[in-house]
Design a protein around this ligand. Structure first.
Ligand SMILES: [Zn+2]
Length: 163
């Protein structure tokens, strides 16, 4: 599984954009976006330090972006989770509990928004059908006719769960 190397000039996929990482040694740990660049500076440029700083920044972005987009997709469908949490699952993009809590992986920010929308719709449909029955897929298909193509594209990007 390929991880994005955290070196100066490396590309970082962020939804429908590709940012360029600018890595530098600095007195403090700072992650700051400037246009299409993401500036990453830390006292030591070790992979572990940089990765932790990048993850912290991405989690913050995910908490800003994902619950809002989930609400936007669910509203016209009358589907609203009781709670939304952003987590760092290693093997899945999202999940839905029997209590109506939807958990979303912050790493969703690393895939194109059309695929994020598929995951969000998928989890929202679980609020009505907590299984992968024919009825569940029927509901998904009613709101996203090309869901299968999106799922296939997402599977091809499964490696991004390793960041
Ligand atoms: Zn599912």
């Amino acid at each position: 599984m390929s991880r994005t190397p955290l070196v100066d000039g490396a590309p970082l996929p962020l939804l429908d954009e590709t940012l360029t990482l600018r890595v530098r040694t600095g007195a403090r740990t700072v992650v700051r976006r400037a246009g299409a660049e993401l500036h990453l500076s830390a006292p030591d440029s070790g992979e572990t330090t940089l990765r932790a700083a990048l993850e912290h920044w991405l989690r913050g972005e995910a908490r800003r972006e994902l619950p809002a987009r989930l609400a936007e997709i669910g509203r016209p469908l009358g589907l609203r989770p009781s709670r939304v949490v952003v987590r760092g699952q290693r093997t899945r993009w999202g999940s839905c509990s029997s209590l109506g809590t939807i958990s979303l992986n912050w790493r969703l920010l690393l895939v194109p928004s059309a695929l994020v929308d598929y995951v969000l719709l998928h989890e929202l449909c679980h609020l009505r059908h907590l299984n992968h029955s024919r009825a569940f897929w029927g509901l998904v298909a009613a709101h996203m006719p090309d869901w299968a193509a999106r799922r296939a594209r997402l599977r091809a990007l499964q490696g991004r769960l390793a960041l």
